[in-house]
Design a protein around this ligand. Structure first.
Ligand SMILES: Cc1cc2nc3c(=O)[nH]c(=O)nc-3n(C[C@H](O)[C@H](O)[C@H](O)COP(=O)(O)OP(=O)(O)OC[C@H]3O[C@@H](n4cnc5c(N)ncnc54)[C@H](O)[C@@H]3O)c2cc1C
Length: 399
């Protein structure tokens, strides 16, 4: 790491002008007889080498480093609402166990709240080595400041290598607070994780709107903190618990009292496509919005939820919550029927883990066919009425 330092005692208006003219990145600002370097500086060192002598100098800073051997354990923060754990935490336990096999470190769970022992028992059944429980009435409701202090105290005591949270609305708001308190980085919204034998976590996530998959690691800081999308990993099998529960004290943890919960208004529960068992997904092949009526019999009979590709959000046919894909929701239904969808990588990444995939497309080379269990080549305006008739027949036989 390095930066350019300006020795302002040697700066005159003429010197400033020379440096401003010299810099190819417009990185100098001269105001009130003070020369400073702005964010455009690329440390190309032209000012050091070719500028007036002694005005600019390169300062090398010491690279932060960490003794990795001191940090052990992959911890999953257990998210819960109204004393019910969120499944994303269990999915993360499954992944943490997989990673821990490589690095031979324990898998921990961190549970913060009040009257949450039943969740601790549930967490153990997913095969973690230790569940750390901070259970206190002062932690009854989520308070970002207090909870962040608890995670900080936990980390300082147990020196974890990795802390994982779900990339849910809760995790997305809480994790940056933890990162700030622990002075570490945060990779938000990961879709894949891997780990090196030395414990460096490879955090993989879409970047630049999903155009590339970025591989991020944090080799010089601990803990390595990441949030991971819901439904990216399989729910692990339950097992006979072998781990233990440690009840931790909050004594000595400074719990700020600045945020007060005045009242609480629960939003009406809406079905989310990421929770759906059956999805009918529609694409741009539908020429008019009213043509979507064609899918209604299927939706009813299969008790399905409707999802779509991004263009259908863009043309205003659906709310963004219905979009599958890298910039939408990740789904893992038992059955998904793709109707007139080209199978762009940004779409496929959001649904490829479905148990059973059926796709209808008039193009026999459609990319979705490569990952589909059943592929129907044909015009959906002809196929759908036939499918509806078929389902009707099956329905009549079974009812
Ligand atoms: C940064 C970025 C992020 C993105 N994120 C997402 C995302 O999260 N989700 C997403 O969905 N997209 C996303 N996209 C857009 C994505 O790249 C595709 O453009 C989009 O998925 C295409 O939607 P589609 O398959 O409905 O439409 P099209 O690509 O137009 O495909 C229509 C398909 O219908 C078939 N078809 C046409 N008429 C008929 C018919 N009568 N009968 C049967 N088949 C027919 C065609 O053969 C074709 O395969 C993103 C793009 C970018 C650049």
């Amino acid at each position: 790491m390095a930066y350019i330092k300006v020795n302002n005692n040697k700066v005159t208006p003429e010197v400033a002008k020379k440096l401003i003219d010299l810099c190819p990145f417009n990185a100098f600002d001269y105001q009130d007889a003070y020369l400073s370097i702005n964010a455009s500086c690329k440390i190309c060192k032209v000012c050091v080498k070719k500028g007036p002598e002694g005005v600019c100098e390169l300062v090398e800073t010491v690279k932060p480093s960490v003794d990795k051997s001191k940090y052990k354990g992959i911890t999953v923060y257990i998210e819960h609402h109204q004393r019910i754990a969120h499944n994303v935490s269990f999915e993360l336990i499954g992944k943490a166990k997989e990673l821990a096999k490589k690095t031979k470190e324990p898998v921990y769970a961190l549970l913060v709240g009040h009257r949450v022992d039943h969740i601790a028992e549930q967490v153990l059944s997913y095969g973690v080595d230790q569940v750390f429980v901070y259970d206190h009435e002062a932690l009854e409701t989520f308070n970002v400041e207090r909870y962040a202090r608890v995670v900080e105290a936990f980390f300082k005591k147990y020196q974890n290598n990795v802390i994982l949270l779900g990339s849910t609305p809760f995790g997305r708001s809480f994790a940056p607070r933890i990162a700030a308190r622990l002075k570490t980085g945060l990779t938000a919204d990961c879709t894949m994780l891997d780990i090196k034998e030395d414990g460096d976590l490879l955090q993989i996530r879409p970047a630049f709107g999903g155009n590339i998959m970025a591989k991020i690691n944090t080799p010089n800081h601990r803990p390595q903190l990441a949030t991971i999308r819901y439904k990216m990993f399989k729910l692990p099998e339950k097992e006979i618990p072998h781990g233990t529960i440690s009840h931790e004290s909050i004594d000595g943890i400074d719990l700020p009292d600045r945020i007060h919960l005045l009242s609480r208004l629960d939003k009406p529960q809406v079905k989310d496509i990421s929770e759906a068992d059956v999805i009918i997904a529609v694409g741009r092949a539908f020429k008019k919005e009213k043509d979507l009526a064609l899918i209604e019999p299927l939706v009813k009979k299969l008790d399905a939820q409707v999802a779509c590709t991004r263009p259908l959000i863009e043309n205003g046919w659906f709310d963004a919550k219905h979009q599958i894909g890298l910039s939408g929701r990740t789904v893992k239904p038992k059955l998904i029927i793709n109707l007139g969808i080209s199978g762009a990588v940004q779409y496929i990444e959001g649904m490829k883990e479905a148990d059973l995939i059926i796709s209808v497309n008039q193009d026999e080379h459609n990319k979705l066919f490569d990952i589909s269990h059943y592929s129907l080549v044909g015009d959906l305006y002809e196929v759908l009425p036939e499918l509806n008739k078929l389902i009707d027949k099956i329905w009549q036989v079974n009812v």
